[in-house]
Design a protein around this ligand. Structure first.
Ligand SMILES: Cc1cc2nc3c(=O)[nH]c(=O)nc-3n(C[C@H](O)[C@H](O)[C@H](O)COP(=O)(O)OP(=O)(O)OC[C@H]3O[C@@H](n4cnc5c(N)ncnc54)[C@H](O)[C@@H]3O)c2cc1C
Length: 357
């Protein structure tokens, strides 16, 4: 399965099914039995061990305009469409909103799973509904954006008690016909300091250039993008940390990203999002490469890389080491953004193994 994930760790699965047409779906939902896992392009997963089950590689195609009015267009895209290609298609057609999300690897179907986001935009802002098969209820469902419970790199699809409860087959997006660029993010703002972008293609090209300068190309340096979520802490905890680390960056969070009421944090003042990359850099892991081949990208501390022969277990072990060191230094608990999959065994118990599927 090495080529089915962007981390390219060596791993075997019992079966692999390529889902390439809607005609296959009826037989698939009747015949597929657990354990199974659905993959798009494998850019947000790490297989820690071999997988004793079936891997369904979703390649369902199709992009259809289903509603077109004066100001917006609604587009239904097959879950297996390549995300970046879809974004380019939309920008070229003059349908706006997704430009800031250009060059994010993966498929359309995985975009709602972690509510992909970049440069001041989250995909949930444009999702109307998600078509899926619900393996628990054994029926086809159309989930509204509200039902998807989108949050910061989070959604119903990640929260559900049974991993892989939903097989996403298509996503409907409503995009704008007027171009209202989001330039709030520092690097994007600087790019257009002299002249704002004239159209979606100009913005999209800038995003591609900014990303290419900063992020490793997974085809040359296997990786899974941002490995950890940026932690959100209380304002009080932030002030305490500031006393010891005056340089610690922090971004005030809108109320939608507040901690749950029972979390023990005070919601009367805004929470603060801390760049996980800064924390990892401070503990000295940036650019480090282990003997196993697992490492941290030298230009961006949030990206764990496979420099050659790293196994998924080696990547996991490095992630654990980083997490423990950050917890010890800053009393901040890093949570993985990637999903760990595989036959773990007892040694991976605990919160960090919560993503086990
Ligand atoms: C270099 C790099 C840069 C990245 N930059 C960003 C970024 O800027 N912002 C960001 O948000 N993410 C980023 N990512 C993460 C990743 O690209 C996204 O999470 C992407 O949406 C994953 O798509 P995928 O098809 O590869 O999903 P996979 O990795 O194959 O799967 C991810 C999860 O979604 C589930 N899933 C996939 N398809 C389906 C389906 N059809 N039905 C149900 N469940 C499904 C899987 O089971 C798994 O849990 C980056 C990754 C890399 C390698």
């Amino acid at each position: 399965m090495r080529s089915l994930t962007t981390m390219q760790t060596p791993v075997q699965a019992d079966n692999i099914i390529y889902l390439t047409s809607h005609q296959q779906l009826t037989a698939l939902v009747e015949q597929l039995s657990p354990p199974f896992v659905v993959l798009g392009e494998g850019s947000n997963v790490v297989f820690v061990g071999d997988y004793s089950g079936t891997v369904v590689v979703n390649q369902l195609p199709g992009v259809t305009i289903i509603d077109d009015n004066e100001s917006t267009v609604t587009v239904l895209a097959g879950a297996g469409e390549n995300w970046h290609h879809f974004v380019c298609q939309m920008a070229a057609a003059g349908y706006h909103g997704l430009e800031n999300l250009a060059l994010i690897p993966g498929t359309v179907g995985a975009a709602p799973v972690q509510n992909i986001g970049a440069y001041g935009v989250e995909v949930c802002e444009f999702i109307d509904w998600v078509d899926a098969f619900d393996w628990v209820e054994k029926k086809w469902v159309k989930l509204s954006a509200d039902a998807c419970q989108f949050g910061y790199r989070d959604s119903l699809f990640k929260q559900t008690a049974q991993p892989d409860r939903y097989l996403i087959t298509a996503v409907a997006f409503t995009l704008k016909k007027t171009f209202e660029p989001v330039l709030t993010y520092r690097e994007v703002n600087a790019w257009f300091a002299e002249q704002p972008p004239q159209d979606g293609n100009a913005l999209l090209s800038a995003i591609v250039s900014i990303r290419q300068a900063k992020l490793p190309d997974y085809r040359c340096t296997p990786n899974a993008g941002s490995f950890f979520k940026n932690p959100v802490i209380s304002g009080a905890q932030y002030r305490l940390l500031q006393a010891n680390y005056p340089q610690i960056p922090g971004f005030l969070q809108p109320i939608t990203h507040a901690m749950p009421e029972n979390s023990g944090t005070d919601n009367s003042e805004p929470n603060v999002k801390i760049p996980a990359a800064w924390l990892i850099e401070q503990i000295g892991f940036k650019g480090m490469v282990k003997e196993t081949g697992a490492g941290v990208y030298e230009k961006h501390a949030l990206i764990l890389v496979n420099t050659g022969q790293a196994t998924g277990k080696a990547i996991y072990d490095l992630a654990q080491e980083i997490r423990q060191s950050v917890a010890k230094t800053f009393t901040i608990n890093l949570l993985p953004e990637v999903r760990f999959i595989g036959d773990f065994g007892g040694e991976f118990e605990g919160e960090f193994g919560r993503n086990v599927g």
